[in-house]
Design a protein around this ligand. Sequence first.
Ligand SMILES: [Zn+2]
Length: 189
Amino acid sequence: MGNFYTDVISQDERFSSVKRVSDASLLEPTTRELVAAIVSAAHRMGIELMIYETYRCQDRQQELFNQGATKLRTVGVHHYGLACDIVRVVAGEPSWKGDFSFLGQLAQSSGMIWGGDWGAPHIKHSFVQTLHVQRCTVARQGDLFDGTWFPDEAYNRYQDDQNLLATVIKPPIKVGATASKPRLNNQRT
Ligand SMILES: [Zn+2]
């Protein structure tokens, strides 16, 4: 059965575009709705936001990595239409300045994960992306990247059994099995 990634993203002419894509139509529909809700909630708070980047392909991720703009060489949730980078608007221009913790609160209240704490605010994170929101838990990313899972309309990360703790608890090592390498693909964003 198809999903937004197979049916829409992989068919889009921008699938391999190295240019930044800010078009919300390349966000999976529920993600698109939640992002719109975040932008309008911020507007009511007197904060103007703009969608800065939605879809991103591997070639662009590599380019950003080469430029030192990201620590991550491999594209993550953006590639699946489930992540969005949001910036402020100052005098009509995108702005990265200032505190973005309000975005964490808005993301949480809309059911999204914020890259400022990855949904786990009590854990110290070595990697934070305060402009980034995504509609799946970090624990789900491996399945998403493997192509074995894609959130349906009803998916709610708060009711996801494969909960956030899985990101900090190492998987048990099976007797007789060699320890598996840490899942570095979970680090993409
Ligand atoms: Zn991002």
